[in-house]
Design a protein around this ligand. Structure first.
Ligand code: SF4
Length: 179
């Protein structure tokens, strides 16, 4: 039996940059590991999110698998955090929302510069693409939003320290201005 806070993380339609930034907390991860343990995450390679205290979601929602994973996190995590621009507003992947999905696929797999003899993937095992890329709050209730592309390591540290200690997270201006 452990009293540690359980944390799960996942990347939906994201680039893993937010996860990389999280790892930039460097040696502070040792202090974090003393009070928290990881459930599903790239560190543990656990496939499904179990009951957790905090769920960190990187990336928006672009396909059926993203919807499934996001709902699983919402069901199992007491606190769900949208991490980074892609989770908060769709970010770069949502640029495809301005283009018809079929045109987008044709450009990527048939007509684009440098594309030769490629086929639009159609394996039934592949997750179904959604017409649009959605921010996660359009699919499930989100408790907190951690801004940035990516949020800096100090933002992760400040945010998670507060949550782990049961305080309301507050980010000082120095951590959330980008000029
Ligand atoms: Fe990558 Fe930025 Fe999106 Fe994070 S917010 S997944 S760093 S593009």
């Amino acid at each position: 039996m452990t009293n540690k806070i359980k944390v799960a993380t996942t990347s939906l339609a994201g680039c893993f940059g937010c996860h990389m930034s999280f790892l930039d907390i460097d040696e502070r991860i040792v202090a974090l590991a003393e009070v928290a343990e990881f459930d599903r995450s790239p560190i543990t390679d656990i496939e499904h999110c179990g009951p957790c205290d905090i769920g960190l979601i990187e990336g928006g929602v672009c396909n059926s698998e993203n919807v499934h994973v996001l709902r699983e996190f919402r069901k199992n995590c007491k606190i769900l955090v949208a991490v980074g621009a892609c989770a908060i507003n769709g970010g770069l992947p949502a640029m495809r929302n301005y283009v018809n999905l079929e045109d987008c696929l044709l450009e990527a797999y048939r007509d684009g510069i440098g594309v030769e003899n490629a086929q639009i993937p159609s394996d039934p095992e592949l997750p179904l693409l959604l017409d649009k890329v959605h921010p996660i709050h359009e699919i499930v209730k989100v408790d907190y939003f951690m801004p940035g592309c990516p949020p800096s390591a100090d933002v992760f540290w400040t945010f998670l320290t507060a949550l782990v200690e049961g305080r309301e997270p507050a980010l000082p201006y120095e951590l959330v201005h980008y000029d």
